[in-house]
Structure formats: structure tokens, C-alpha cells
Design a protein around this ligand. Structure first.
Ligand code: FE2
Length: 353
């Protein structure tokens, strides 16, 4: 390989390194000379094993130029190791005429290019420059994709946050219209969280319970006020109308379906009963989602301890007694037990004054 004049390097600038791997010392030093002329600092290794040790010692380098055929760790093996450990490193293969097939196979395994030996200085220089340019483009593309992904994720999070703020405001506005139900969703979500913790819920699963409990009656936005506040028994038509709030609530919250499926299940199924006598699906026992069984118990407790348009309130102790009485028919015994455990002193519960 013809020699090349060595470029003057500014010692104050830390130049990027290039690892040159070949068992032929003469080839190594020729390539190293070319490398210096384009402003890179060459590191030399006589085989794949020595190359990997140098990489461990110096850290990632932008470019590795490696012979295909070497004793010990081959060029192909080195390529595989480098692309696995240092995905941002570009690898150029050097091959003799007899190794060209292997060099081409290396392109499939992630090498950016190959140089056939013996090579002219200008050709090596051009291939190296092209490989570095290609690497820059690949890195830019990767950076752009990563950035784009992050931006899309953050936008999606923001949209979800705004939607949640909207429905939470809606839920609270719905309650604020009616002095009887004021604060219901917040109390229900507090009771539900404490009960769920006793049942082993934590992290995201617990957050789903909290949110589902807070929004469980959001569908009542579509229930006629005359039915909601009717002081007396409901007609079959009115009862059918009020049952619709579970389905409407699920529909309103459908944008959360992918991220918070449990929230939707709570909203849909919080009026199911263990004996199958609830609505809207007449689910029975364990086929009712546990989270909905939790909200069913604490919702009933809060409703009983709150004065409603159609009846006065009960004391917490009386309401707990009623929950016990309805174990098996309405309520899941495990959930009622967990509620008792979470609030061993009923008089301390923050029921509506
Ligand atoms: Fe409800």
C-alpha cells in the first residue's frame, strides 16, 4: 500500500479513535497511516481478541477496520461482538481476494462496507470517509426516531392528562349540583384504595382502582335529574334508565380503554351482584372484576352513610352491619372483610356530615 504524508494534528483536540485489526503488521501500519491523514487516531490490534480488549480499555470508538481472516477471534466474530456491544460503531471489513464472499456476508451482519486488499491509499481514504458519513446518518436517524418516539409519548401523555382532568371536573361538577352526593366520588375512591391495599393491590393496579372509583358514576351525567333525585321507589322504566349510567360511563371513558382497561371495567360493573342479580351484565361471583367488587362495597357503604333525597343516612356501624348482611348476595366476603380491616373503627370514617 503506498505511503501517505501524515497530517498535522492539533494536540489540543481529542481526535476520535479508529481501531485497525489485522494479523499482518505491515497492513496495519499502512491503514493506520491513512487513518491519521483523515484526523483519526489509530489503535492497532493483531487479532479479534486483542481488539475486544482494546475496546474494553478505551471504550467505544466510531470506527473499526478489521481483517476477515485472522487467527483466534475472526473478523466475522469480532463484527458480531462489536455490533452487539457497541451498536454506534461502524465496522469496515478488510478482505483478501479469497475472502470476498465472507466480506460480503459481513455486510448482512452489520458491516458498513468492505475493502479488498491490497487497496490503494485513496480507496481506503474514500471508503473510510464514506463509512463515517454513513454512520453519522444512521446515528442522526436513530436520534431522530428516539426523539420522535419520546415526543409522541409525551404528547399522548399530555392528551390523556387533559382528558382525565376534563372527566374528573365533570364528575365533581355532577356531584356539586346535588348536595346529597357532594364528595361521594372522592370518599369512594379513598375507601376503595384502602380496601384494595388490604387485598394486595399496589402501584399501577392500585391507581386504576383509585381512578375507577373516582369516576365510577360519571355516566350519571346522562341520567335525568328527576330520576336521580326521586324521593321514592323507581318505576321499571326509571330503574332501566338509571342502569344505563354504567354503560354510558364506559362509553365516555373509552379513550382510556388501552391504558386503563380496569377503570372501564369498574365503571361498567360496579353495580353487579355476587348472586347475578345486578346490572348491566348480570355477572356472578368471580366473573365480576375484583376491582368492581371493591367499588361495589365501598360505594354502597358511602351511599348508606349519606343522606339522599329519598332517605336519611345510617351510622357507619349500621352500614357495616348491612354490608355483612348482604355478603354472598350482593357483596364479595373477602372485600367486605378487607373493608372492615381497613377501617376497624367505623366512627373514624370521613362520612358526609
Ligand atoms: Fe353507580
Amino acid at each position: 500500500m503506498p505511503g501517505a504524508p501524515e497530517a498535522e494534528l492539533d494536540p489540543r483536540v481529542v481526535a476520535p479513535r479508529c481501531l485497525v485489526v489485522d494479523d499482518d503488521a505491515a497492513v496495519r501500519s499502512s491503514i493506520a497511516r491513512v487513518i491519521r491523514t483523515i484526523g483519526l487516531v489509530p489503535l492497532e490490534a493483531e487479532d479479534g481478541g486483542a481488539a475486544l480488549r482494546l475496546l474494553e480499555e478505551h471504550g467505544e470508538v466510531p470506527l473499526v477496520i478489521t481483517d476477515v481472516n485472522m487467527p483466534g477471534v475472526s473478523g466475522m466474530e469480532l463484527l458480531e461482538e462489536v455490533t452487539r456491544r457497541y451498536p454506534d460503531t461502524a465496522v469496515l471489513m478488510l478482505s483478501g481476494v479469497s475472502d470476498v464472499k465472507t466480506a460480503v456476508a459481513c455486510l448482512d451482519k452489520g458491516a458498513l462496507d468492505y475493502i479488498a486488499k491490497p487497496a490503494l491509499l485513496e480507496e481506503v481514504r474514500a471508503r473510510v470517509a464514506k463509512a463515517l458519513e454513513k454512520r453519522d446518518l444512521l446515528l442522526q436517524k436513530r436520534f431522530y426516531h428516539r426523539n420522535l418516539e419520546l415526543r409522541v409519548r409525551s404528547q399522548a401523555g399530555r392528551i390523556r392528562e387533559l382528558f382525565l382532568q376534563g372527566v374528573q371536573t365533570l364528575a365533581h361538577a355532577l356531584e356539586a349540583k346535588d348536595a346529597y352526593t357532594s364528595g361521594h366520588s372522592i370518599r369512594v375512591s379513598r375507601y376503595a384504595v384502602q380496601t384494595a391495599v388490604r387485598l394486595g393491590f399496589a402501584g399501577d393496579a392500585l391507581e386504576e382502582v383509585r381512578l375507577g372509583a373516582e369516576l365510577h358514576d360519571i355516566g350519571k351525567i346522562g341520567t335525568r335529574e328527576a330520576v336521580l333525585n326521586k324521593p321514592g321507589p323507581l318505576t321499571p322504566e326509571e330503574f332501566a334508565h338509571i342502569t344505563e349510567h354504567t354503560l354510558l360511563g364506559e362509553k365516555i371513558l373509552s379513550p382510556l380503554a388501552r391504558e386503563n382497561p380496569i377503570v372501564l371495567r369498574i365503571v361498567r360493573s360496579h353495580h353487579e351482584r355476587m348472586d347475578g342479580g345486578g346490572f348491566p351484565d348480570r355477572l356472578q361471583g368471580a366473573s365480576i372484576p375484583l376491582e368492581a367488587r371493591i367499588v361495589s362495597v365501598v360505594d354502597a357503604f358511602d351511599a348508606m352513610t349519606t343522606t339522599r333525597a329519598y332517605r336519611g343516612s345510617r351510622t357507619p356501624a349500621e352500614a357495616l352491619g348491612e354490608l355483612d348482611r348482604c355478603i354472598g348476595s350482593h357483596f364479595d366476603p373477602e372485600v367486605v372483610r378487607a373493608f372492615h380491616d381497613a377501617f376497624p373503627d367505623p366512627s373514624s370514617l370521613p362520612v358526609q356530615a
